[in-house]
Ligand binder design. Structure first.
Ligand code: ATP
Ligand code: MG
Length: 574
């Protein structure tokens, strides 16, 4: 295990290896405990990579446990999406569990604590409880109900369970110490009354356990060795240990790491839900969302997300990760796996005046210079083409290496062309560029060794297929959208230009064939990635990485831009 480990161990790996070496445990069992109250986001991906990744590395296992102790906000839609996303990321859980499966056991243990004199029923309102908790510097005040007898507590608790009392009229609290320096120990609430329907237990329960009472005991029931969570839970850890110790049950241990924060986005499920509900995005899987399904629709690969999580590492201190690192991870992977195609997003006509009318030919294009096995394809070429409007300037400065009057450039995989003249409409917009080509340069090289400074992409006007292309920018205009001044909300920081839809794009016909082929072999089968539907991904030469969107099909092509190319294409190619 250790030998092939050139990289320094992170603190969790150190803890695990120590425990394995000194025999504290024979194998490890971790868990990923999402609350099914929303879709998973990139922060959860980090937690998934840590929990599943550590277990994988050390030959252990990971449970998926739905932390469904709050009946009001939970839904089976979320349960399904969470499983989908974990699978897509490439992880498989040992068991799938629900905290609600443990409600009976948790209830029994609560009675045990009552019997040991370690829990009592309190009639104070939540407000009173809060007020009597004291502050960090002043002790709290004992509840007037704190000294109820064991019998009275048992009776009241059973009647709470039986539904005799109204919501909020009573709680069960642990009886620890109202003057404890750790506020968590000032008689924490274990159960509250909530007459609410639960997505799994229905109307069986009207009392529900609080996080601090449910989480550690659920870990213990499953024999979890390493309960890994985010830093804000470190003040809960002593209480986690206290319940386990008082009950004398399997000693699970909690370890905390720094949560993932990324700039230009928000990550709280509550806020993501608000974006969806109030229509600021098209849904949880809007390609601008930081959700796992949003990234999937955007064209991210599971590898790119796993590599990102690996690269940012596991730390003990909070920090903010630059969004660019996530994009770089995607670029690195797509550069290796995405086939190249040609597409023109903002087309203008290019007519080759000396190319025979009515003629067309097929030119050979490399599918992926990074992967020889991907081979080549044929791209149709003829007298009229589309090129990007941005690739032509009538009068260009010296450093402009694309097309302008009198200058020669290479048409990718095709010929050298020199622009001669333009046609314009009444407003002065260029409607057509006329050029001449050198037939001797077929394939993209001049036999006389003459060089051109620029290479541009194109599609044949006669053969091109129409497509819609969606370009995305950051969803938020500010780096820390959660940070707002009084009277403002994070919504005020939304980027009004985060989505651009281009309806008149022209793409090479092979892209239609690609989508047709995928459809013919059934989308589910052809596109399945770890059992989950995923898009087809391409590099559009010189433009970036793009993927198919489920809004489209072979008859109406729709592509999402996953990310741009980092370096100028000319530099890479020449
Ligand atoms: P949110 O505040 O977004 O609702 P949460 O912590 O309430 O997140 P849970 O479903 O309870 O969401 O989280 C499941 C697991 O994922 C927990 O162990 C939690 O610590 C972890 N997690 C949540 N957000 C992040 C994050 N940004 N970085 C790393 N881990 C996270
Ligand atoms: Mg939570």
């Amino acid at each position: 295990m250790e030998e092939n480990n050139e990289k320094q161990l992170n603190f969790l790996e150190e803890i695990i290896e120590k425990g394995l070496n000194d025999g504290t445990y024979k194998s490890i069992l971790t868990r990923f405990p999402p609350e099914p109250n929303g879709y998973l986001h990139i922060g959860h991906a980090k937690s998934i990579c840590i929990n599943f990744g550590l277990a994988k590395k050390y030959g252990g296992k990971t449970n998926l446990r739905f932390d469904d102790t709050n009946p009001v906000k939970e839904d089976t839609e979320y349960v399904d999406s969470i499983q989908n996303d974990i699978r897509w990321l490439g992880f498989e859980w040992a068991g799938v569990h629900y905290a609600s499966d443990y409600f009976d056991q948790l209830y029994e243990w609560a009675e045990v604590l009552i019997q040991k004199g370690l829990a009592y029923v309190d009639d104070q309102t939540l407000d009173e409880i809060r007020q009597n908790r004291g502050t960090v510097t002043t002790p709290g005040t004992n509840s007037p109900y704190r000294d109820r007898s064991v019998d009275e507590n048992l009776d009241l608790f059973r009647r709470m369970k039986a539904g005799e009392f109204e919501d909020g009229s009573k709680v069960l609290r642990a009886k620890i110490d109202m003057a404890h320096p750790n506020m968590m120990f000032r008689d924490p609430i274990m159960y509250r009354i909530l007459h609410a329907h639960h997505h799994r237990t229905g109307d069986k329960w009207c009392i529900y356990p609080m996080y601090d009472y449910a989480h550690g005991q659920s870990d213990s029931i499953e024999n979890i060795t390493h309960s890994i969570c985010t830093l804000e839970f470190d003040i809960h850890r002593p209480l986690y240990d206290w319940f386990i110790e008082q009950l004398g049950i399997f000693p699970s241990h909690q370890y905390e790491f720094a949560r993932l924060n990324i700039n230009y986005t928000v990550m709280s499920k509550r806020k993501l839900l608000q974006l969806v509900k109030e229509g600021y995005v098209s849904g949880w899987d809007d390609p601008r969302m930081p959700t796992i399904c949003g990234f999937r629709r955007r064209g991210y690969t599971p590898e790119s997300i796993r590599n990102f999580c690996e690269q940012i590492g596991v730390a003990k201190r909070d920090n903010v990760i630059d969004y660019v690192r996530l994009e770089n991870s995607l670029r690195d992977h797509l550069n290796k796996v995405a086939q190249r195609r040609m597409a023109v997003l903002n087309p203008v006509k290019l007519v080759i005046d000396n190319y025979p009318e009515g003629q067309s030919e097929m030119l050979t294009a490399v599918n992926n210079p990074e992967c020889e096995a991907d081979g080549t394809r044929e791209v149709p070429f003829c007298r009229e083409l589309f090129i990007e409007r941005e690739d032509f300037m009538e009068e260009a400065p010296k450093k402009y290496f694309r097309l302008s009057i009198g200058r020669e450039v290479r048409l990718r995989y095709a010929y050298f062309v020199t622009a001669q003249s333009v046609e314009k409409d009444a407003e002065g917009n260029i409607t057509c560029i006329h050029c001449t080509y050198d037939p001797a340069t077929r394939g993209g090289d001049a036999p006389d060794g003459r060089k051109v400074k620029g290479t541009i992409h194109w599609v044949s006007a006669q053969h091109a297929v129409d497509a819609e292309v969606r370009l995305f920018d950051r969803l938020f205009a500010t780096e820390a959208p959660d940070e707002v001044e009084e009277g403002h909300t994070f919504l005020d920081n939304l980027n009004p230009n985060s989505l651009t839809v281009l309806k008149n794009c022209k793409v090479e016909p092979r892209l239609k064939e690609d989508v047709k082929q995928a459809e013919a072999s059934s989308w589910a089968l052809a596109l399945s990635e770890n059992g989950v539907d995923a898009p087809l991904r391409f590099q559009f030469e010189r433009l970036g990485y793009f993927c198919t969107d489920p809004d489209g099909d072979a008859e109406h092509l729709v592509f999402n831009r996953s990310c741009t190319l980092k370096d100028s294409w000319a530099k890479i190619k020449e």
